[in-house]
Design a protein around this ligand. Structure first.
Ligand code: ZN
Length: 207
């Protein structure tokens, strides 16, 4: 016997979520059915509030529910160091290591010619602006260790050279081709500490 349409519909929605198969979707739908209306309401509200209320920080493009994110507004952090990452998820990955106390700049993507994404689609002008208008001394490039991440790092290096800031690149321990967010905490932490000045790296990639 098929489920009533309303259950079937909710199961279809849950099954769209990453990692949720039909069996889990079924369990979730029945969980909702068996719990008070308020709990369903709370879940529905949270989903919509996230969609409507979350935005990108005006300074660093990290996800935030305020105009300026918690990291940018934290006066105990080192304003002179900015770690450049591809995605807000990378900020959370680095924060979990607890070994970085500087600021961030989220590019919201990478240079990916195959997908029609060029530097103009990234938040690079905003970064250059920050460098010229604040006391940034060092930029740590923490894009992924895959082709797109390396291409983006190389482009950034060229753009940043004339600004005179110290440029470094994380790398040690992050497997080539891999994504930052999946690196384990100690690897990521080591990788940040062992960042290399970019001069030699720029030449390496250009070969
Ligand atoms: Zn911010």
């Amino acid at each position: 016997m098929a489920y009533p349409k309303l259950i079937e519909k909710l199961m279809e929605q849950f099954a769209k979520l990453p990692g949720v198969g039909r069996r889990s979707a079924e369990r979730m739908a029945f969980w909702i059915l068996n719990h008070p209306r308020e709990e369903a309401q709370e879940l529905a509200d949270s989903i919509l509030k996230l969609k409507d209320g979350l935005r990108f920080c005006r300074i660093c493009n990290n996800l935030s529910d305020t105009e300026i994110c918690l990291i940018c507004s934290d006066t105990n952090r080192d304003e002179g160091t900015v770690c450049v990452v591809e995605d807000p998820k990378d900020v959370f990955a680095i924060e979990r290591t607890g070994s970085y106390r500087g600021h961030y700049h989220v590019l919201l993507g990478t240079i990916a010619p195959a997908e029609g994404r060029g530097p103009e689609d990234l938040k690079i002008p905003q970064l250059l602006n920050r460098i010229s208008s604040t006391q940034i001394r060092e930029v740590v490039i923490a894009t992924d260790a895959d082709n797109e991440g390396e291409m983006t790092a190389l482009y950034l290096t060229k753009q940043l050279k004339s600004t005179g800031v110290k440029i470094s690149r994380i790398g040690l321990g992050i497997p080539v081709g891999s994504s930052l967010e999946f690196a384990d905490m100690s690897t990521l932490s080591m990788s940040l500490k062992a960042r290399r000045p970019i001069g030699s790296l720029g030449e390496e990639i250009q070969e």
